[in-house]
Design a binder for this molecule. Structure first.
Ligand SMILES: *[C@@H]1O[C@H](CO)[C@@H](O)[C@H](O)[C@H]1NC(C)=O
Ligand SMILES: *[C@@H]1O[C@H](CO)[C@@H](O)[C@H](O)[C@H]1NC(C)=O
Length: 339
């Protein structure tokens, strides 16, 4: 929904930006200069880079009011901004000197009006644009935002067209010439002190945070960052470190179990090898005695008796101390050797 409304907004906005199709040197009618309905954006027959001159032709703009103006290709010539004490009108034909109080000015162009002598005192320090250096353009007349609480003030209500999905609705912006910290009440036309958080309100301008919530009370300003309680940070920290330590401990336990298993296997292997070594030594001993007895002229009867004798400890060893790895192999070897 938001995307759709944004798309609608930007598509209509773009057509407004590029509505003027005449480029430099082509004809135009000064009478077609106007503010577009709904957005109040300035429009002329000429394109974004030109203005309609009094001769009825489009000429390159002589100044700009925005740091980054719309409608220029990246390498195009961009007209300069105006020096201090001057302003660039919506037409952007040429810089003009600031206008004194009561002079005609253009919608929302507070910057076209001359600031009051005590402008530092009256200037709006907030980001809400209540005035520019203490001057304000209301109903196309330059004024100073110097009216104090309880005094009569002037108000200007402008209805912009806003979109919620495909629904259009009016977004009324109300401005006045009250000093910062107060607003001009549209009914009584008197300056009233702005309201603090949670006080009841009917419009954004009544709140010092410039945000009247739909439930009719002043909320914190729309761009104020969201703060989380200290417990959220604690929970996240505990979650992160707890997860880390749980993983480490689990891995440690798994590896310890595997290590123990391997150690057991190695111990059994060592015992087997030791038994095997002892068997071989015994075998050697038996061989030696049988050779000696052969040399003494005894018959093969005695050698058979010895071999029967010698096989007993071998079997004992292989039965008592064997890992799963070596058992099969050992018995095979024995079988072959002593058959
Ligand atoms: C430009 O001039 C032509 C012919 O002179 C005319 O038909 C046309 O409407 C003019 N365009 C504008 C924007 O004034
Ligand atoms: C307040 O501003 C108006 C112009 O808007 C001016 O005429 C008037 O003298 C100012 N009042 C004070 C007290 O400065």
């Amino acid at each position: 929904m938001l995307l759709l409304s944004l798309t609608l907004f930007f598509s209509s906005w773009n057509t407004f930006v590029y509505a003027g199709s005449q480029s430099k040197g082509e004809n135009c009618t000064v009478g077609n200069n106007r503010l577009q309905f709904g957005t109040y954006q300035f429009h002329s027959d000429c394109d974004a880079q030109t203005y309609c001159s009094s001769q009825g032709t489009c000429e390159l703009k002589g100044c700009r009011k925005d740091q980054y103006p719309f409608g220029y290709p990246p390498d195009a010539y961009i007209p300069p901004k105006c020096p201090a004490g001057q302003f660039c009108p919506d037409e952007s034909d040429a810089c003009q000197p600031l206008l004194p109080v009561s002079s005609p000015c253009q919608l929302n162009r507070d910057d076209q009006c001359e600031p009051p002598p005590n402008w530092q005192e009256l200037a709006d320090g907030s980001q809400y644009g209540h005035n520019v250096n203490g001057s304000v353009c209301l109903n196309n007349v330059c004024m100073w935002a110097n009216v104090t609480v309880g005094q009569s003030c002037e108000v200007e209500n402008t209805a912009y067209v806003a979109y919620a999905g495909t629904n259009e609705f009016a977004d009324i912006v109300s401005r006045g010439n009250c000093q910062t910290g107060s607003y001009c009440d549209s009914q009584s036309l008197v300056c009233i002190q702005t309201k603090q958080l949670a006080e009841t309100c009917d419009a954004d301008k009544e709140c010092s945070s410039f945000n009247c919530l739909s439930k009719g009370v002043c909320g914190s300003s729309a761009d104020s960052p969201k703060h989380f309680g200290i417990w959220v940070y604690l929970m996240v920290g505990v979650g992160i470190f707890g997860g880390m330590f749980a993983t480490l401990i689990t891995l440690f336990l798994i590896h310890r179990r595997q290590r123990d298993k391997e150690r057991e296997k190695r111990l059994q292997y060592w015992l087997e090898q030791n038994a095997l070594r002892q068997s071989i030594m015994q075998m050697k001993e038996i061989a030696r005695t049988s050779i000696l007895s052969l040399g003494n002229g005894n018959s093969n009867r005695s050698s058979r008796a010895v071999s029967e004798e010698s096989s007993t400890p071998m079997i004992q060893h292989s039965v008592h101390k064997s890992s799963g790895l070596r058992q099969q192999c050992l018995t095979d070897e024995h079988g072959r050797e002593y058959d």
